[in-house]
Design a protein around this ligand. Structure first.
Ligand code: FE2
Ligand code: FE2
Length: 163
């Protein structure tokens, strides 16, 4: 069997962390979409869920290209992200939208999640040496910043204008 070199292992680890983050984001938005009662928020959360699953597919495609990557995919679960490799527990965002939450709180939880995604990809893009993966993490960082901006706009529209 071909030996996986150290940098390739690091690339696999970074992609695994990123994939778990996207799985988690997708699960969060699907749950949030079902939980919130407000139609405009359901629509937004559903749109964001679709984007997160696209991000995940993109990362899986990249992982498959790496030596040992296909094997890693078999062991991936949709469970909580395994962050111990990089000590990334600070990027975990475990809170979910609950039925008791109002519009404002649901948006705040989602914004916190996106901030956490921005921090994670912002970090991964600085530590990764593989040029192709660096570009991918750069794009993901920009897309998560865009998600945060969409949520902030919704917040401004629906909450600040009410007062
Ligand atoms: Fe994402
Ligand atoms: Fe996102």
């Amino acid at each position: 069997m071909a030996k996986v070199d150290k940098s390739e292992k690091e690339n696999i680890n970074a992609l695994t962390i990123a994939i778990n983050k996207e799985s988690d984001s997708y699960a969060f938005y699907k749950n949030a979409e079902k939980t919130v009662l407000f139609k405009p928020l359901k629509v937004l959360f559903n749109d964001l869920a679709k984007e997160e699953v696209k991000h995940k597919s993109l990362l899986i495609t990249e992982l498959k290209k790496l030596e040992g990557g296909a094997k890693k995919i078999e062991s991936l679960t949709n469970g909580p992200e395994k962050s111990k490799d990089y000590g990334l527990s600070k990027y975990l965002a475990p809170q979910n939208v609950k039925p008791s939450m109002g519009y404002q709180d649901a948006l705040i939880v989602a914004m916190k999640r996106e901030e956490s995604a921005c921090e994670l990809f912002g970090y991964l893009r600085t530590i990764i040496t593989n040029k192709n993966l660096k570009n991918i993490f750069d794009s993901l960082y920009k897309w998560e910043v865009e998600h945060l901006r969409m949520l902030e706009e919704k917040y401004d529209e629906e909450i600040l204008t009410d007062n």
